[in-house]
Ligand binder design. Structure first.
Ligand SMILES: Nc1ncnc2c1ncn2[C@@H]1O[C@H](COP(=O)(O)OP(=O)(O)OP(=O)(O)O)[C@@H](O)[C@H]1O
Ligand SMILES: [Mg+2]
Length: 311
């Protein structure tokens, strides 16, 4: 299966719904093919739900949206075992997470305990309820959203939870040209309702396998190691990238390479993924904040200090 062709087909299909947001669509597909989860941080109404919904339809996979509120319980997410009086046994009643594509809307509005139940499922690919383990369907992907503004009554995801998202990005407003195209398309139709699948879950699994076989030259691996190490020793960062982040960077770079039709990773694939993979995992020191340094400027300075392998 040719990853590049498949991705182009999926991208064009999703763009029937989400106008002018190619980068966001590509990032979601990158994470899907790399087997990761995404966190979308953006204001209301920019197409977060539409993107997740269009993705699920495009790949012909089941889709669940969980609207998180302060009173959402861990058992709403993972499921619960219920005693059946007739049979005298416990039966598992599935939670919302038991589906292929999960939209975890406004994840920072629910309690840390409920957040943790979702994030554990994401990390382990399974849920354990009352001592019994249930595997999640596959492919499985969580698309979580949060509002960038710190509202009263929100629970910011702790660093340990943020680390479980392979990529974080925002969608942003459409520019004027795209906004006109969007209005024209939506004025008398609902493109999402008309959207047809262009592939299926089994094909996605095959594409994921192909992505994992993309080769990473030892010099490129060393490049990744140096970037990750650079974040750990930088004086303006109080938290650098975890080993999990390094693996995520390598996997995301593999997907990027495959999406461009290559079966090997080049340094540019790594560079393209540095921001979406690392940004949300780094914590600035208070001094760096006072000096108005930004994560971006720090990452840029780390990258500029590392020799790029020649290909
Ligand atoms: N770039 C875009 N292209 C096409 N439609 C868009 C775009 N941005 C927003 N919309 C439209 O705006 C409406 C709201 O989008 P959607 O519900 O996906 O936003 P959201 O980001 O999930 O909002 P909320 O944060 O309130 O849940 C939908 O009708 C959607 O089609
Ligand atoms: Mg929404």
């Amino acid at each position: 299966m040719d990853v590049k062709t498949a991705v182009l087909k999926m991208t064009e299909n999703i763009e029937k719904v989400l106008v002018g947001k190619r980068r966001a669509v590509e990032l979601v597909l990158t994470a899907l093919l790399a087997g990761g989860h995404v966190l979308i941080e953006d204001v209301p109404g920019v197409g977060k739900t539409s993107l997740a919904n269009a993705l699920a339809k495009t790949i012909d996979c089941g889709f669940t949206r969980i609207q998180f509120t302060p009173d959402t319980l861990p058992s709403d997410v993972t499921g619960v075992s219920i005693y059946n009086m007739q049979s005298g046994t416990f039966e598992f009643s599935k939670g919302a997470v038991m589906n292929h594509i999960i939209l975890a809307d406004e994840i920072n509005r629910t309690s840390p305990k409920t957040q943790a139940s979702l994030l554990e499922a994401m990390e382990e690919g399974q849920v354990t309820v009352d001592g019994t383990t249930y595997p999640l369907p596959s492919p499985f992907m969580v698309i979580a959203t949060q509002n960038p503004i710190d509202y009263l009554g929100t629970y910011n995801l702790p660093e340990a939870q943020l680390d479980r998202f392979m990529l974080k990005f925002s969608i942003g407003y459409p520019d004027a040209v795209d906004e006109r195209a969007m209005l024209a398309r939506y004025i008398s139709a609902q493109p999402l309702n008309e959207l047809q699948p262009v592939t299926d879950g089994d094909t996605i699994l095959a594409l994921q396998k192909a992505v994992r076989e993309v080769s990473v030259h030892p010099d490129v691996m060393e490049y990744i190691v140096q970037i990750v190490a650079g974040t750990r020793t930088h004086r303006s960062l109080s938290l650098g990238a975890s080993p999990r982040a390094g693996i995520a960077l390598a996997h995301a770079a593999q997907a990027t390479a495959a999406m461009q039709g290559r079966d090997f990773v080049i340094p540019d694939d790594v560079k393209a993924m540095v921001s979406p993979v690392l940004f949300h995992r780094l914590v600035l020191t208070p001094e760096a904040r006072l000096e108005h340094q930004t994560t971006k400027s720090i990452l840029d300075s780390i990258l500029s200090g590392i020799k790029v392998p020649v290909f």
